[in-house]
Design a protein around this ligand. Structure first.
Ligand code: PLP
Length: 435
């Protein structure tokens, strides 16, 4: 490594520790990365939950190249370019019925801000502008901007940043290892935790609440699969009180749970849905909000010469991102990747659950092609076991992700059987050594 590492202030990284022993990725193809030593590393986390079709897919690469030569940039404020409209229609076609409107952003964090603003503005344009409260959930992750940090529920991401947005409250999280440890797929217990929304309604009154935002399956906090019936119950309570339900599908979108979106896997349709990551297979930054038609239509009133929703990004529906996303959707469709997680769930889950009984393993969770192994914390210090396992996996050619003492897995959806075996056995050896 001959270039200095000092200048890059790295995101969500222990900078000093990293720079003493850097891990540099220089190339990727299919299921694999290569580091600067030329070592091959199996990508067990699809980049950062985003490279769902695997790396270096020729069709996507070509589409980006072609687009850069044909139309590098075009504004979408009072203008348009064809691929933006085509992509919106293609996304609506795979979304749950009735979610036919798409607003583009450049990241998941921006998609979240956009969804929260749509929710607030929706109530206001309908003359119900006292609905200003936003409800998130403990352990939720909704990106790093102020709205998303405020509705988010991970203390380490919140505590540095003051009082955040006012008028935000949180539901209890759904993690209940005492009743649900080692559940295969959706845990049996905990539907009643959705009733926590009734508690917040009783406290604040429904007439002040605009929206509830949850990840249908919480990813970043360490893979919390929703209990059977929980999301249905949340939907019912929102409906009863005129509260919008937002699903943050930045991770669960694009096949991760075995259907195009978590909404379809879990059989619950939200009012707004945030997307990013897998939308372009991680190749070009892009996010989006899918909205129910009725929400969009509520804005389409008044003087037609006026802008209906004063919001947007310079790079909303950037041509390179649209081209990448269209080629990504083609790749997903051709290879059946948006439902491959359902086909592999049994095998992936069974393999992962063989880690039960290994030292310090206190839970294994899985759904579709996402999973987690939780290790008992070492008392009285920062999380160490999962980190040691992460380093050992890296040394042995496997990239996994850790959050505290949880090791999360979300491999590209093109994964093959032998690669599932490699992941689990590499992890097993690492967990034993980390004991
Ligand atoms: C559920 C969820 N929402 C939002 C985000 C933020 O997305 P981004 O990092 O693209 O801003 C993430 C990122 O992991 C996420 O998992």
């Amino acid at each position: 490594m001959n270039q200095p590492l000092d200048a890059f202030w790295m995101p969500f990284t222990a900078n000093r520790q990293f720079k003493q022993a850097p891990r540099l990725i220089t190339r990727a193809q299919g299921m694999y990365y290569w580091d600067d030593q030329g070592r091959q590393i199996l990508d067990g986390q699809a980049g950062l939950w985003c490279v769902n079709a695997g790396h270096g897919r020729p069709r996507i690469v070509q589409a980006i190249r072609d687009q850069a030569g044909e139309l590098d940039f075009a504004p979408t404020f009072q203008m348009g370019h064809p691929k933006a409209f085509e992509l919106a229609a293609r996304l609506a076609a795979i979304a749950p019925a009735g979610m036919g409107k798409v607003f583009f952003s450049n990241s998941g964090s921006e998609a979240v801000e956009t969804a929260l603003k749509i929710a607030l503005a929706y109530h206001r344009v309908r003359g119900d502008g006292a609905r200003t409260r936003l409800i998130g959930r403990e352990r939720g992750y909704h990106g790093v901007n102020f709205g998303g940090t405020s509705v988010g529920g991970i203390v380490g991401n919140r505590k540095l940043f003051g009082t955040l947005l006012g008028g935000v409250d949180h539901l209890r999280h759904t993690h209940d290892p005492a009743r649900n440890a080692f559940s295969f797929g959706m845990p049996a217990h905990g539907a009643e935790l959705a009733d926590d929304l009734e508690r917040l309604v009783a406290l604040h009154d429904a007439s002040t609440i605009a929206a509830v935002i949850v990840e249908p399956l919480a990813g970043s906090t360490g893979v919390l699969v929703p209990p059977v019936g929980y999301l249905q119950r949340l939907r019912e309570i929102c409906d009863r009180h005129g509260i919008l339900l937002i699903f943050d599908e930045v991770i669960t979108g694009f096949g991760r749970t075995g259907a195009p979106f978590g909404a379809q896997t879990f059989g619950v349709t939200p009012d707004l849905m945030t997307l990013a990551k897998g939308i372009t297979n991680g190749c070009v930054p892009m996010g989006a909000v899918l909205a129910k038609n009725a929400i969009h239509d509520a804005f389409m009133q008044g003087d037609e010469r006026m802008i209906e929703f004063a919001h947007g990004y310079t790079y909303s529906a950037h041509p390179l991102a649209c081209a990448a996303a269209l080629a990504t959707l083609d790749t997903y469709a051709e290879e059946g990747l948006l439902t491959r997680g359902a086909e592999l769930q049994e095998e992936f889950g069974r393999a992962l659950h063989t880690l039960r009984g290994e030292p310090n393993v206190i839970d294994v969770r899985n759904l579709g092609l996402v999973g987690a192994v939780e290790l008992a914390p070492v008392p009285g210090g920062p999380p160490q076991r999962a980190w040691r396992a992460f380093l050992d996996c890296w040394d042995n050619g496997l990239l996994v992700r850790t959050t505290g003492d949880i090791i999360a897995l979300s491999p590209p959806l093109i994964i093959e059987r032998e690669q599932i075996g490699f992941i689990v056995e590499t992890l097993r050896a690492a967990i034993r050594k980390a004991a």
